[in-house]
Design a protein around this ligand. Structure first.
Ligand code: NAP
Length: 352
């Protein structure tokens, strides 16, 4: 029997991505598509101003968008809420849902720094899900967050490098406009331009990366100890955040060994054969002109995991410093896809 789920913020860019990926999911069944009062009462297929991917899956077109009513969702047997709400709105709604016994998998940053809310990118830190046990001492449901979209790609690439002694990370991002939601930046500000600042982004990248790659012990996360410096820019690209990374390692192997290490890397989702897990979390390109957002954002097999692989290229070494470029699909691996993977993990590990 599939579990009943609700998508919150279903009309936005991440919410649509959730709906598309959940429309025929083997474990989950959509019970409600919810958004603001602006959308409530309208048919989903007719409400969307900007349709991700160009079409709304047939079975979702006739859904009527609801406003968010946590008590009614609980009464209807909704066990899981996938949240794509703006952070300002998400905080209190997600808390209320968890207090009602619902498991919330969120993309909003509102609860990411709560000490007992795990921020999970499961290839990097699936074991942090044990923090759910601490939350359950204070409420029947729980919240599991996924990270900022740039961080999701970065931690998957850094995880297999930790064995070489990660000391310092410098990251520069080239982030797609869809990262700001719909309608996002004014077109006149961003077409033919680069904006060298994204509010609050650099701090999130630095904090969340160290938290995710940190260790869980006695119900608390101890952040990883490497230094990290982030610079984040918005570029006129639709989907896909490109990131230039320089990582200082205690011992930096030959780039060929790094390539092998990254190609061989598999995480818990691959071992558990979760439906949305990409077969290869990291795809390494030999071609110096890759990865590119247009060519590589949707990397990942099987079909359900398209957009879930992180593509890496331009691997080079200078002394103990390793340089590479990575690309992550911001609304799939950086948002909806990872939340779904987290819910699959929670189900498989009997937290649901
Ligand atoms: N875009 C990305 O790449 C990305 C990546 C990672 C994380 N995130 C995070 O994911 C969340 C969603 O981002 P997005 O890009 O999808 O934003 P978006 O396109 O602006 O969508 C926002 C959604 O929230 C709904 N909403 C807004 N105010 C509401 C309210 N007061 N009550 C109920 N629903 C409300 C909107 O409904 P209406 O249509 O009815 O207004 C819409 O469905 C944000 O927290 C964002 O930071 C985004």
């Amino acid at each position: 029997l599939r579990k009943k789920i609700a998508v919150l913020g279903a009309t936005g860019l991440v919410g649509q991505q959730f709906a598309w990926m959940l429309a025929d999911h083997p474990y989950f069944e959509i019970e409600a598509l919810a958004a603001s009062d602006r959308s409530a009462g309208k048919r989903y297929g007719a409400r969307l101003e900007h349709v991700v991917g160009g079409t709304v899956p047939g079975k979702l077109r006739e859904f009527v968008v609801e406003s968010i009513d946590p008590k009614s969702l609980a009464k209807r047997g909704v066990e899981i809420a996938f949240s794509a709400l703006p952070s300002e709105t998400a905080g209190s709604i997600e808390t209320e849902l968890a207090n009602l016994g619902i498991a919330v998998f969120t993309n909003a940053s509102a609860h990411r720094m709560d000490p007992d809310v795990p921020v999970i990118i499961p290839e990097a830190n699936a074991e942090h899900i044990a923090l759910v046990d601490s939350q359950r001492k204070r409420r029947p449901g729980f919240i599991v967050a996924d990270s900022n979209c740039s961080v999701s790609g970065l931690v998957i690439a850094l995880k297999p490098l930790m064995q070489f002694g990660l000391k310092d990370v410098t990251i520069t991002t080239y982030q797609a406009v869809s990262g700001a939601g719909y309608p996002g930046e004014a077109s006149l500000d961003v077409i033919g331009n680069i904006i060298p600042f994204i509010e609050n982004e650099e701090g999130k990248v630095e904090k969340e990366t160290r938290r995710i790659l940190g260790t869980l012990s006695k119900g608390r996360i101890r952040d990883a100890s490497f230094d990290i410096n982030a610079t984040c820019a918005r570029v006129p690209v639709h989907y896909g955040h490109l990131e230039s990374v320089v990582a200082e390692l205690e011992t930096c192997p030959d780039p060929r060994e790094i390539v092998q290490t990254l190609r061989k890397f598999r995480g818990v989702p691959q071992k558990l054969l979760l439906p949305t897990a990409p077969l290869e979390p990291l795809i390494v390109k030999d071609d110096e002109y890759r990865p590119q957002p247009l060519l590589d954002s949707c990397a990942g097999t099987p079909e359900r995991a398209a957009g879930m692989s992180v593509t890496v290229g331009r691997i080079a070494k200078k002394g103990r410093k390793l340089r590479f470029i990575l690309l992550v699909h911001n609304t799939i691996r950086g948002a909806a896809g990872t939340s779904i993977l987290n819910a699959e993990l929670a189900l498989k590990q009997k937290y649901l």
